[in-house]
Design a protein around this ligand. Sequence first.
Ligand code: TXA
Ligand code: MG
Length: 328
Amino acid sequence: MMSRMEEKLEGRKTGIDGEMLSEIGLAAQKILSGELVGFPTETVYGLGANALDAEAVKKIYSAKGRPSDNPLIIHVCDIKMAESVVELNWRARFLMDTFWPGPLSLVLKAKRIVPHVTRGGLDTAAIRMPDNPIALELIRAAGVPIAAPSANRSGRPSPTDAVTVREDIGDAVSMVLDGGPAVVGLESTVLDVSGEDPVLLRPGGVSKEEIERALHIPVLLPCDGESTKRSPGTRYRHYAPEVPLVLTDSSYSSEAEGKKWAWIGTSEPEHSPAVKIIFRDTEEYAKELFRALRTIEKSGAEIIIAQIPDESGIGRALKDRLIRASGI
Ligand code: TXA
Ligand code: MG
């Protein structure tokens, strides 16, 4: 019998043409010879290296200027490859079958084959199967799991297209595969399923409610103080635009007074800003946020006033990224 995941993948058109296939082949060779490759996923662009090659993975940390205790997500193309790097349990298998390929990273006990650098010294590792045909074909062609953080310099908004990857870390990568704009636009959900209860370490493309509906049990949020221990990435200020960002639950903020200000949100602002980016709904706000932040930086605006979204669905992840961007 076919699993749900197999059914999802069956008969799917990958849309990869011959030219892209040969580029992917070249990129796979680079991965196998220890180089870094930029590639698209459905969430954001990744900066990939062979997850099992400690020297290659070290290059990721130096290209990004990333602290060495912040572990990477390991990207796989099927369950068999996932099993080669982590200890699977029944709950993880169920979540994989339900949400993979897709924006859900699962934290599980790592197998010894995973070098310490890849997991930032932890005894667990995060794994996911991205929902992007180019990413999946790259992993398949390389035949090894690919460790990849978002392909931005540490502290910058994540890149959602190939041009931004080149702008940010172009000198460190030998190649960037161009798969067009990312469809989700925010990073994957990171869920710890290594223990008794599932714990949401980072909200992302799959919502807490969707996971709870699938598992029929509550997903816990990390307790204060514990969250930085469990998810090292949350310790660092992230997604910082060069222009200060202020959150509002109304349609203006007095912080904008006397300044050249930019507005982002789903409704019209009061007063008229120098730059205004209005999104159709929360989904579009989430998808376009990082691009919008970079556009505003280039506009010469002095401050960004951002509307706080509803916390349901992707709104929780969007609010999380906005709060980090605001440096609160
Ligand atoms: O959507 C995504 O997840 C993108 C694309 C490229 O797949 N990748 C991404 O990676 O956002 P990065 O490195 O920017 O974020 C990885 C997050 C960090 O917050 C890190 O701390 C957490 O995952 N993480 C990785 N391994 C972990 C582990 N073993 N335990 C707890 N958290 C872990
Ligand atoms: Mg990142």
